[in-house]
Design a protein around this ligand. Structure first.
Ligand code: SF4
Length: 497
């Protein structure tokens, strides 16, 4: 491994990486090629962050965007800050500053009546997070280092209750976080010194893997650091405390089978290990029969799944930021005579999908028979939001809610298979229960991808490409409900055998 050279500045991205994990900082600079490719969801977060930054600028009067390449931006930022301020420029958007080999860009830099400055950070989040304070503290350090007097540091986060995005003053919640930044500011020089020392080391620091690798986001180096961890490992044991995990790691124990019998674990954790290491599935037949018995007899059975989209900037009027907007459903109807029918709805126009989808749904799902879903809280929440948005249909929607039956409960309580790898998700259960119906061959493989494809479909004008994406969405959602039918059939067979 090469050692790092500090011939280029620390950006706030690197600084925040270092606060997350020192090894992540070292890898980011010395071995960036070890990072996994950026996920679609991460790309989407970046795109959304940029859009929110643009939307926030409309909250300020008399502002100038400092744009262009970095060198130009640095010169221009400085010129506008020190000279332009005297010429009536009140706000600068995206100015860049370099001090002590640290490069920062402020979302907004505002001149206060006192002649001093306010740094405003704009986030697509809806709540203040620790990392926001660290981010602002670094900007504060750089600007003060350059001789500007920063009187105030503030945060603008998306207002989750904003009902009408066109009302600019309702879009964001503004918070003065100066006191928190001043408190943090004292630790900063030492942190920077630690990071600089770390980056002169020829090898990455020894940092044990753990839950921090997924919090607050999945680390881009997780595949690299976790490459020797087996697919089912000590990290899957529910509620295992960090000190116990550390003990096992120190003893080079990663597989569940290798945990000594005397290792202190709770009964629940032991049960989990027994289930995961058993050669065969463990099925509680009585409970399985009881749970399946909750399904309405002699009625059609509806297997139902929805896809939703949400974004910081609501796509349609009447939605608030991050409110889920249903755009697709699939419904397989298993009739009492054993015949199977498929109904679906996919909204392909760039208009609010909710009402036409709702009308179609009420038509397809009838008024009798259990509605089988996988993870009921999600579908229930989406239906409740629809009922709130369209009260005229509230009674019909509530009737559907009352008919929901959650297939996932079977796999939480009555049916355990080591092949599920300790998960209850449909994507883990389906390939074990009905291997010919798994998502591996589809273009869309997860629920996170569906809204991104839908967004791309709405923004695409090429008919062929649009048809292709619509087909991908139909295949994905359709397989979820067909997969549930197949799982149900396997469970019924289990009771007969
Ligand atoms: S995967 Fe974990 S240990 Fe490795 S760099 Fe990321 S946060 Fe650090």
């Amino acid at each position: 491994m090469e050692s790092a050279t500090m011939s280029f500045p620390i950006s706030k991205t690197y600084f925040l990486a270092g606060l997350h994990c020192p090894k992540r900082l070292w890898l980011s600079i010395c071995r960036p090629e070890d990072a996994s490719p950026m996920s679609l969801a991460a790309e989407q977060r970046i795109k959304q962050g940029k859009a929110i930054g643009v939307a926030a600028r409309e909250s300020f009067k008399n502002g100038i965007l400092v744009d262009g390449n970095l060198k130009h931006c640095l010169e221009k930022s400085w010129e506008l800050t020190v000279v332009g301020a005297g010429q009536g420029v009140e706000c600068l958007f995206e100015p860049a500053f370099l001090y002590d080999d640290i490069l920062v860009r402020c979302d907004v830099l505002r001149r206060l009546p006192s002649g001093n400055w306010e740094i405003i950070e704009v986030k697509s989040a809806t709540k203040l997070k620790d990392e926001h304070i660290a981010d602002l503290t670094l900007q504060h350090y750089v600007l003060e280092g350059l001789g500007l007097t920063v009187e105030k540091t503030s945060l603008m986060v998306v207002n989750p209750m904003a009902r009408n995005w066109s009302v600019v003053q309702d879009r964001f919640c503004y918070q003065d976080v100066t006191a928190a930044v001043v408190r943090w500011r004292g630790q900063l020089p030492q942190k920077l010194a630690e990071f600089r020392t770390l980056l002169t080391e020829p090898t990455a620091p020894q940092v044990p893997i753990g839950s921090h690798c997924d919090r607050p986001y999945r680390c881009p180096f997780k595949d690299h650091c976790w490459q020797n961890v087996p697919p089912i490992s000590i990290f899957d044991i529910p509620l295992l405390k960090q000190d116990k995990l550390q003990n096992l790691m120190n003893s080079n124990i990663w597989n569940l089978e290798d945990i000594p019998a005397e290792f202190p674990l709770t009964q629940k954790q032991r049960t989990f290990i027994d289930r995961m290491t058993a050669a065969k599935p463990q099925i509680d037949q009585d409970l399985l029969r009881q749970l399946l018995g909750q399904i309405q007899p002699n009625q059609p059975l509806y297997f139902f799944d929805v896809e939703t989209h949400s974004s910081a900037i609501p796509r349609f009027a009447g939605l608030h930021p991050y409110e889920r907007c249903i755009f697709q459903y699939s419904c397989h109807r298993l009739n009492p005579d054993g015949s199977l029918e498929h109904f679906e709805y996919l909204h392909t126009e760039d208009s609010d999908p909710r009402l036409p989808l709702l009308i179609s749904l009420i038509h397809h799902i009838g008024d009798r028979g259990s509605v089988v879903v996988y993870n009921q809280s999600f579908e229930k929440g989406v239906l409740q939001q629809l009922a709130a948005a369209y009260p005229n249909y509230g009674a019909k929607i509530n009737q559907i809610i009352d008919r929901l039956w959650d297939l996932q409960v079977i796999f939480k309580r009555a049916y355990f298979h080591p092949g599920f790898r300790g998960s209850y998700s449909l994507k883990k259960v389906l390939p074990v229960m009905a291997p010919q119906f798994c998502h591996d061959d589809l273009v869309i493989k997860s629920g996170n991808e569906a809204p991104l494809v839908w967004e791309a479909l709405l923004e695409c004008s090429a008919p062929d490409k649009r048809a292709e994406m619509a087909q991908q969405l139909r295949e994905y959602c359709g397989l979820d409900t067909l997969g549930m039918v197949k799982i149900y059939e396997v469970l019924q067979q289990e009771l007969k055998d």
